[in-house]
Design a protein around this ligand. Structure first.
Ligand SMILES: [Zn+2]
Length: 261
């Protein structure tokens, strides 16, 4: 069993954990998970993240509005996020970013993309003002994400990195870290594997996006932070210069450096 597992991106406030949230979090803790960051994606879920972080000693929060929530943000949303970001258990602004993914051939309109950018930029400013790292969601919006980050550079991570290897290398060059998760355990992970093989280990963070991204052998099930074990095994195998425990340990150190936890 691995120890020192830190899952930097989760959504344990999701209703799918309503029946057994405390049980899941406590049993993970007993099985080598030393910490998790619960990520907000809207004002209410950011508030729930903070609440969870006050209930469980090994849970920390990040707060922010996610790109697909950007179209109808409530009045005063930025002040509310800024207020939550002041909480002692908040360690980052996120998840924030851009999502241009096409669903059945349809993606966000130009006006919607503009709203996403506006909400993203406002939160980048907030993070810079507060000296907090950012947790970035980028789906099919690589060029605009890089352009906006160049305008407002900020320490942080690209969460659930899954894109062309060249883009991964550009992000690393900009000083960002990459959140590597169970996607690496699936057969279509070729580009991701290339990045993980070549990237410096001190830029690697581990995440499951629980409950959303189970590792391949648990496909279709609810993801939990214990699945980081499969991720560490896969990273160790494709790199060949570390074992799974060393991967967990390195990511744990990187988490401390980036988020102060
Ligand atoms: Zn997420």
């Amino acid at each position: 069993m691995l120890h020192s597992i830190f899952d930097v991106h989760t959504h344990y406030d999701e209703t799918v954990f309503d029946a057994d949230r405390a049980e899941v979090l406590e049993s993970e803790r007993a099985s080598g998970v030393c910490g998790v960051i619960n990520s907000g994606s809207s004002v209410p879920s950011s508030r729930r993240s903070i609440d969870l972080a006050h209930q469980f000693g090994h849970v920390y929060a990040s707060v922010g509005v996610f790109p697909l929530e950007a179209y109808d943000v409530p009045e005063g949303w930025l002040e509310q996020i800024a207020g939550l970001a002041r909480d002692s258990r908040c360690v980052a602004v996120g998840e924030i970013g851009l999502d241009y993914h096409l669903e059945d051939g349809v993606g966000p309109s130009e006006a919607q993309q503009e709203s996403q950018k506006h909400v993203f930029c406002a939160q980048l400013s907030l993070a810079r003002e507060r000296g907090l790292p950012v947790v970035i969601h980028d789906r099919d919006a690589d060029e605009d994400t890089i352009a906006l980050l160049r305008e407002q550079p900020c320490p942080g991570m690209i969460h659930r990195f899954f894109s062309r290897a060249e883009y991964g290398f550009r992000l690393l060059e900009m000083g960002l870290s990459l959140g590597i998760g169970p996607a690496i355990t699936y057969p279509d992970a070729g580009e991701l594997i290339r990045v993980v093989r070549e990237m410096p280990l001190d830029r690697l963070l581990l995440e499951t996006d629980a409950p959303f991204l189970p590792s391949a052998r648990f496909a279709g099930q609810r993801a939990t932070s214990l699945m980081i074990g499969d991720v560490c095994e896969t990273i160790a195998r494709v790199r060949g210069d570390v074992d799974a425990q060393q991967v967990a340990q390195a990511a744990r150190e990187n988490t401390r450096r980036m988020f102060g936890v």
